[in-house]
Write a protein that binds this ligand. Structure first.
Ligand SMILES: [Zn+2]
Ligand SMILES: [Zn+2]
Length: 422
């Protein structure tokens, strides 16, 4: 390319630049002019003023709203602070209340402990006092048993189960009542007396059986088997009881009512002997049963014993409230049945028959081989209802068998008798 072309190019470029600058200058001047015209126009000034007013109002409004929000927040904050203070106050109060309650509980507990302690001390004192009295009483009883003399004063007291109530006629006569201690009438018991009652002492399973409508199902058995069993009991028990003193009356009940069943009444000739008997037999074991001995008063044996029973004519049967008693072997003590004041007869000869086969210091009922045989025999009877074979060693009253007769013929005769009865 030549110098001229270059020059032309630069010249054109400079020309385009000049034109551009001139256009820009014109444009700027025009704009400037327009601006000046606009700024001087009253409408524009008014508009500006209006804008300024609006901005001022907006600022003012924002400030107002901010203040309001701030005030609201302050109010909420204050409220929250108030609630917190109240809560703290309540918590404080609750804490104080709890402390107060704990203190009260502690005081109450201490008071209770003191009260219990006092009660315990009083009980301890009472127990000691009772023990002392008991010892004194025992000593007095020992003296009374050893040296006799009059009955100690406080043993002469009587115990009334229901004072202010009419006397229970059955208890008064028999010293036993089917309602026992819950009877609505008055049971009068002596502290000590000449007569000992050992409730449910004698037991035989025939007494546990219930009478049927057609009479006594075990009558045949009762006549022979029960009576033989009773005699064994009689000769076993009586000598032991006689070790404590002379016996004036001895009665064993064959009633089936539980309050009379197997009750044994022993009348000694003096209170002293009865006390000795009580001390000896109460709590002792016989035939696997622990004895519970009581003192009792029987004013008249005649009115205590059911007279119709011996003649087998008691209409009340097992529900009779009077004593149905076994006749004593050899008619022993029969005088006491009628004569209340007769001196006791001697029964020393019984001592030779003493066997003591059931007396024990433990509740074990059958101890010897013989006893076990006896047991199995009775159990067999109870199972099969057949009478066990036994040798008639002791004869029951009214049943005298000659030695020449065999046991089978004896059974025959018994059967025929029972048939006649029914
Ligand atoms: Zn009663
Ligand atoms: Zn009767």
């Amino acid at each position: 390319m030549g110098k001229h072309a270059e020059w032309r190019k630069d010249a054109k470029k400079a020309r385009r630049k000049r034109i551009r600058q001139s256009i820009a200058k014109n444009k700027h001047d025009l704009e400037e002019k327009e601006r000046q015209q606009r700024e001087q126009s009253p409408t524009y000034i008014q508009l500006l003023q209006k804008h300024e007013q609006e901005e001022a109002f907006q600022k003012e409004e924002e400030a107002r709203l901010r203040l309001k929000a701030e005030q609201r927040w302050l109010k909420i904050e204050e409220e929250a602070q108030k609630q917190w203070r109240e809560l703290q106050k309540k918590l404080e109060e609750a804490r104080e209340e709890r402390i107060r309650q704990n203190l009260l509980i502690k005081l109450e507990w201490e008071r209770e402990q003191q009260r219990l302690k006092k009660i315990k001390e009083a009980k301890e004192r009472e127990r000691e006092e009772n023990e002392r009295k008991q010892q004194l009483l025992e000593q007095e009883i020992e003296n009374f048993i050893a040296h006799g003399g009059s009955t100690p004063e406080h043993l002469k007291q009587i115990i009334q189960m229901n004072p202010n109530k009419p006397t229970c006629p059955f208890f008064q006569k028999t010293a036993a009542c089917r309602f026992r201690d819950s009877c609505s009438r008055n049971h009068i018991k002596p502290c000590v007396s000449r007569i000992l009652l050992i409730p449910n002492f004698y037991s035989h399973y025939s007494l546990e059986q219930v009478e049927t409508e057609h009479g006594d199902s075990s009558l045949e058995f009762e006549n022979y088997e029960t009576y033989t069993h009773f005699k064994e009991f009689f000769f076993d028990v009586l000598p032991e009881l006689e070790k404590c003193g002379k016996i004036r009356q001895f009665k064993v009940c064959c009633n089936r009512e539980s309050h009379l069943r197997g009750n044994v009444y022993v009348e000694y000739s003096s209170t002293r002997e009865a006390v000795k008997g009580f001390r000896t037999f109460n709590g002792r074991w016989y035939g696997g049963k622990q004895l519970n001995v009581e003192f009792c008063n029987i004013d008249s044996w005649k009115s205590a014993i059911c007279g119709l029973h011996s003649r087998k004519r008691c209409p009340k049967g097992s529900s009779c409230n009077f004593l149905h008693v076994f006749p004593n072997p050899h008619n022993l003590f029969h005088q006491a049945d009628h004569d209340e004041h007769r001196s006791p007869r001697s029964t020393n000869r019984l001592e030779s028959e003493e066997r003591n086969w059931r007396w024990s210091e433990s509740p074990e009922r059958f101890t010897t081989t013989d006893d076990k045989k006896e047991k199995s025999k009775y159990e067999k009877y109870a199972r099969n209802g057949t009478r066990p074979r036994r040798r008639s060693r002791t004869r029951s009253p009214g049943r005298r068998y000659s030695k020449s007769r065999s046991s089978s013929s004896r059974r025959e005769s018994r059967k025929s008798r029972s048939c006649k009865k029914s």
